[in-house]
Design a protein around this ligand. Structure first.
Ligand SMILES: Nc1ncnc2c1ncn2[C@@H]1O[C@H](COP(=O)(O)OP(=O)(O)OP(=O)(O)O)[C@@H](O)[C@H]1O
Ligand SMILES: [Mg+2]
Length: 399
């Protein structure tokens, strides 16, 4: 049996029973009281699982947990409470808790929760990040907007770490869609320092634009990146796959050795178009390109953006004209999208009720691992759960 390093964040001796059970089953256990949370941040790199006492006043405990996890190395969290109220479960999920145990803990519940979170973190450490590339079938389709805002919606899922790489070396603008000002580092810094690429160097070149979301901005000097060799992108993605849960690539419209290598590496390519003739023509050209590159066409998902404007094609028309199934349709909502881009604030933050925000949340939910396999959403399960561990479980990714 693997020895786990488990940290218990507790007040008094409330988690004494858990500590005993964990030690008896051969784990390394460290108990930290609330005064020790400041030094815990750095120590989380060595922790396999963090168990947090949320009994009594749950809200401050979750708030402390949230600030402690912000910017910390990824660690699966189990919360222990006295009562699983809907408010507590929602807040726990929001701050990144993977499992909830209720005191008194039933036989087998602790072991079950530990086994589930260990399985999940093992799969993350094994380099399971999904690489999703966004390609624009024709200029202005909305590929950058969707890449940025799907990345943001994914990062809002509990415990999901996302990096967005802007590979549009000629005119990349993903950073300004999500943040104000200028990035301190860009893709050309990473590519020119590729010989010393490691997690720390990559981390230093990323801009953290929201909790769980980092951006590698496009180079300020297009010439620098164009000269970079395509295999450097391979090296960069191989490292980033181990550090994140999702890598979102904005490849824009450029077809060059660098973007082709990125498309080769992608698990899924989203070809973004709009429901009108010029975009459908652009999508046909993109299809010919992907076929020319010998891609399995199951890897390509056609995303129709700005649906619902009068006079445009219906989705059926687009499918018929393209001879391909549409993976996802995103509604048109110019006002909210333009405000989000102009202010550099993700649409899910600026206009959470926009139909576009809703569509992006749906998309992120179907991609992320927080919905139960073919089951109702986690909250429905949590509310129907009587005792023991509530899990926020994995699902196969769709779309
Ligand atoms: N769902 C939407 N509803 C309304 N407007 C949208 C939507 N998506 C994108 N737009 C508009 O389309 C414009 C172009 O979007 P974006 O820059 O993401 O396209 P792009 O495909 O990345 O373009 P490029 O090929 O130049 O990189 C944006 O300025 C935005 O106003
Ligand atoms: Mg773009």
């Amino acid at each position: 049996m693997t020895t786990l390093h488990i940290t218990l964040l507790s007040h008094g001796n409330r988690l004494g029973g858990i500590e005993r059970e964990l030690r008896e089953t051969g784990n390394l256990v460290e108990v930290v009281d609330s005064a020790g949370t400041a030094s815990l941040h750095a120590g989380l790199r060595a922790t396999s699982i963090l168990i947090v006492d949320c009994c009594g006043e749950a809200a401050p405990a979750l708030a402390r947990l949230e600030s402690m996890l912000d910017g910390a190395p990824p660690v699966p969290v189990i919360a222990v409470c006295e009562e699983q109220t809907p408010g507590f479960l929602i807040e726990a999920m929001r701050v990144g808790v993977r499992e909830v145990l209720t005191l008194p803990i039933g036989a087998g519940d602790l072991a079950g929760a530990i086994a589930r979170v260990s399985r999940r973190s093992a799969s993350l450490r094994a380099g399971q990040a999904r690489v999703l590339a966004f390609a624009s079938c024709k200029g202005g389709s909305g590929a950058t907007f969707l890449a940025c805002n799907l990345a943001h919606a994914l990062a809002n899922r509990p415990g999901v770490r996302v990096a967005l790489f802007d590979l549009n070396t000629q005119s990349g603008d993903a950073y300004v869609y999500l943040a104000e000002g200028e990035p301190t580092h860009t893709l050309s810094d990473v590519l020119s320092g590729i010989h010393r690429l490691d997690p720390a160097f990559l981390g230093a070149c990323l801009s953290r634009v929201a909790p769980g979301l980092s951006v590698l901005a496009a180079p300020g000097d297009p010439a620098a990146a164009v000269q970079s060799r395509a295999e450097h992108i391979g090296q960069l993605l191989a490292l980033a796959r181990r550090e994140f849960d999702f890598l979102i690539l904005d490849t824009g419209r450029s077809v060059d050795p660098l973007t082709i290598r990125a498309l080769d590496e992608a698990d899924r390519i989203y070809a973004v178009l709009q429901p009108s003739v010029p975009y459908v023509r652009g999508a046909r050209h993109a299809t010919a390109l992907f076929q020319g590159l010998d891609y399995d066409m199951d890897k390509v998902g056609y995303i129709v953006n700005r649906c619902g404007s009068a006079g445009d094609f219906s989705l059926g028309d687009v499918e018929a004209a393209l001879g391909r199934k549409i993976a996802r349709a995103i509604p048109n909502h110019y006002e909210a999208v333009a405000a989000s881009i102009n202010q550099g604030v993700p649409i899910g933050t600026l206009a959470p009720r926009s139909p576009v925000s809703r569509a992006l949340r749906d998309w992120s939910a179907s991609l992320s691992d927080d919905q139960a396999d073919g089951q109702p959403g986690w909250i429905a399960r949590a509310l129907g759960w009587r005792s023991g561990a509530t899990q926020f479980r994995k699902a196969p990714a769709r779309a």
